[in-house]
Design a protein around this ligand. Structure first.
Ligand code: PLP
Length: 465
């Protein structure tokens, strides 16, 4: 592709994205594709001769779009949001335009320094503890996912404690509501399923500190070593908030690593009135949240912060001769390869930078506030409806509700709503009851879209009376 052809195709690609986003409401939110539908329509082998980019864009419309679930649609209320945004898309584009691999400071000094700097900005913007600043003993690193961040924290905790009798003696703790990535991380990190203790929750689905304390004390009495606790701020099923200060107090005397998973809820701290999500973070070892969920930065962008970077680097560092360089030897620079599992890394800080600069903190606050307000209004309507009930408090953008009927009836309601094409919700289950989750958080989601979703619900369950 010549530079001129690249320019023309590049303009066409941006035009394509602009048109897609303008028309996004015209597509069924959840893809209606059948299994194998796309593969049946694609050529058996890659083309022998190069094709024109126009042909690629045409196939994007004809072949790919029918197989897309429209995560950026204002009617997307499933899972948690995965915000994209024009400045984020451009940041991503510029990152691949530069095409750098920023594994070490020396491989692109600006990639490392911009990352440290925007993560320090975020510490201020979110009101996080100063210990997380890269200018101190701790620091932040961008990872691909909260799952990877939890794995890194877990391995750092494991390496700190394993000397005292080996891996088999260690114990891990998370609530019954913790994300599945904690169990997955434990599995990858070499733990047996019985080494992860799932701690009971209270009526609000938050971890019970007394149950955690009892489990840890019982383990200590049994001669095994408590190693790692994951507290969740904003659980996936219902956005329950584990009491981090009380949990930290239990961890401290036993030297247990405390990781906090704020994957979704962490973005809320951009609003001063929602900073209760940060409570206790000044007493934790590591914390992660996903700007790629609710902070307008396209997937993938998770931030992991540690209060002390030493244990993480000790756990992750491997030092082959071919990567030796004067800057690393000087210890005056950060080499982010030592802060996560892969060696290579993308220049993800660029999209976070373009997002922060384009929206400003005020723009990000407006985005989060709008969704919290819309979710609150929806919760009030549900509470006023005789056939519906809510399963959990609506503190942020997630509304959990069910029909006062059987699980089968709730499943049928969910399927009917999703088959309508106008919206997409997903389900969860607590206390063995199925419920619907409506996560309000799309960049394009406005009051009228929540109104339309409510109209869809009411058309199936009846007017509030
Ligand atoms: C979404 C979510 C995760 C997983 O996020 P990934 O970045 O996709 O790994 C982890 N924890 C919680 C609480 C979540 O909501």
């Amino acid at each position: 592709m010549s530079p001129e052809a690249f320019r023309a195709a590049g303009y066409a690609a941006i035009d394509w994205i602009v048109r897609y986003l303008e028309q996004i409401e015209s597509y069924p939110v959840r893809s209606r594709a059948e299994p194998g539908q796309l593969r049946r329509r694609l050529p058996r082998a890659a083309p022998e001769q190069g094709e024109s980019f126009d042909d690629v864009l045409r196939d994007l419309d004809e072949l790919i779009l029918p197989g897309i679930t429209h995560w950026q649609s204002p009617g997307f209320f499933a899972y948690f949001p995965a915000n994209s945004s024009p400045p984020g898309i451009l940041g991503e584009l510029l990152s691949v335009g530069l095409g750098v691999q920023g594994m070490m400071w020396v491989t692109s000094p600006a990639a490392t320094e911009l990352e440290s700097h925007v993560l320090d900005w975020l510490v201020g913007a979110l009101g996080l503890p100063e210990a997380f600043l890269c200018t101190g003993a701790g620091g932040g690193v961008i990872q691909d996912s909260a799952s990877s961040a939890a794995l890194c924290a877990l391995v750092a905790a494991r390496e700190q404690t394993r000397g005292e009798g080996g891996l088999r003696r260690l114990r891990l703790y998370a609530s019954t509501q913790a994300h599945s990535s904690i169990a997955k991380g434990a599995k990858i990190a070499g733990f047996e399923p019985d080494q992860l203790r799932l701690i009971e929750v209270d009526d609000a689905l938050a971890m019970r500190p007394d149950a955690l304390a009892a489990a840890i004390e019982a383990d200590v009495a049994d001669g095994v070593r408590p190693c790692f606790v994951c507290a969740t701020v904003g659980t996936t099923a219902t956005t329950a908030i584990d009491p981090v200060p009380a949990i930290a107090e239990i961890c401290r005397p036993h030297g247990v690593w405390l990781h906090v998973d704020g994957a979704y809820a962490g973005s809320a701290a951009i609003c001063p009135e929602l900073r209760w999500v940060n409570e206790g973070l000044d007493q934790v070892d590591s914390y992660c949240f996903n700007p790629h969920k609710w902070l307008l930065t396209p997937f993938d962008c998770t931030v992991l912060w540690v209060a002390d970077r030493r244990p993480l680097i000790d756990a992750m560092r491997i030092d082959p001769d071919y990567l030796h360089n004067a800057a690393s030897a000087s210890e005056a620079v950060i080499d982010y390869r030592d802060w996560h599992v892969p060696l290579g890394r993308r220049f993800r800080a660029l999209k976070l930078w373009t997002v922060l600069r384009s929206y400003g903190l005020q723009g990000l606050r407006d985005h989060v506030r709008r969704h919290v307000q819309l979710a609150q209004q929806l919760a009030e309507r549900i509470d006023a409806h005789p056939r519906l009930e809510r399963l959990a408090p609506t503190r942020l953008g997630l509304v959990c509700f069910r029909l006062r009927a059987s699980d089968e009836d709730n499943q049928r309601l969910l399927d009917a709503l999703n088959d309508s094409g106008a919206l997409y919700l997903t389900h969860a289950r607590v206390h063995d009851r199925l419920f619907l989750r409506m996560a309000v958080g799309g960049r394009l989601t406005e009051a009228r879209h929540v109104e339309a979703a409510w109209a869809q619900i009411v058309s199936r369950v009846g007017d509030p009376g």
